[in-house]
Write a protein that binds this ligand. Sequence first.
Ligand code: PBG
Length: 324
Amino acid sequence: MQFPEYRARRLRKNESFRRLIRETRLSTDDLVYPLFVVGGKDFKKPIQSMPGNFQMSTDNIVKEALNARELGIPAVLLFGIPAHKDDMATGAFAKDGIVQQAVKQIKNEVPDILVITDVCLCEYTSHGHCGVLEKEEVQNDATLEVLAETAVSLARAGADMVAPSAMMDGQVAAIREALDENSLENIPIMAYAAKYSSSFYGPFREAAESAPQFGDRKSYQMDPANSDEAIREIMLDVEEGADIIMVKPALAYLDIIYRAKQEFDLPLVAYSVSGEYAMIKAAAQRGWLDEEKVMMETLTAIKRAGADIIITYFATQAAALLNK
Ligand code: PBG
């Protein structure tokens, strides 16, 4: 078909036609809302580079989870900022750890929202790396044990799903095995399978106080230049027992999301990270972009690329618009 027989504009004539032929539909059901938990009570501190997001004590986290549930968001993703950090990240798997406490309270008071917990050590280590160190090197296999213990501890506290993000080799298998051994075989794993060493994590590291004290994460997170490697990484996680696979970040990695969707049939989640959020917020604050429109366009694009689920700091803002 060619012009003038075919006129693409016929079906763009008005909003009713456009609705009828729309291929991608964003839904509140697709969204996961990340939250940052700290100790104390009645604490709510704005995160400078992520306007609208806060470090919150558990009482406020519960309120925010309730708000999310009322908006129809199916899940929250918890990150913890412990009062004390040490070499071995003991705060990550402490029975009364900050995220463990938050999980318990949310599950008590807002039982029907899913609570997903990040499983990583960078927020809990004094050096800010995602694993345990020997000299200045992150030790893969020693880290696996700590990650597995952390996942079990979080699942015991009531987490509905664990999300390992440390990018250690074998982390999904280690966690699956530990969960199964502890009769937690029904807890799924959402694997940060293709996680890039990205500068778009900058604002998150302020939020989670997790910037590495020396060096960078390039020896464990992926090189942004690689695409085939992402497929290998995801394949490994699938073989190790991942239930949901992730590509992170999202916006600069839509090609990876697209490839992952073509090659794997597991649910695919895209993490639209802190820097993606900050860019839109900052430009909107200057009046340079229309915040709501760019937010919706971006989320729709991530879904169009192939994501089934989107982790986004815009979750509540987008849900409020979608529910209108
Ligand atoms: C933990 C972790 C990070 C993010 C999610 N989990 C930071 C990092 O790897 O440095 C980043 C999320 C974001 O930027 O929104 N390892």
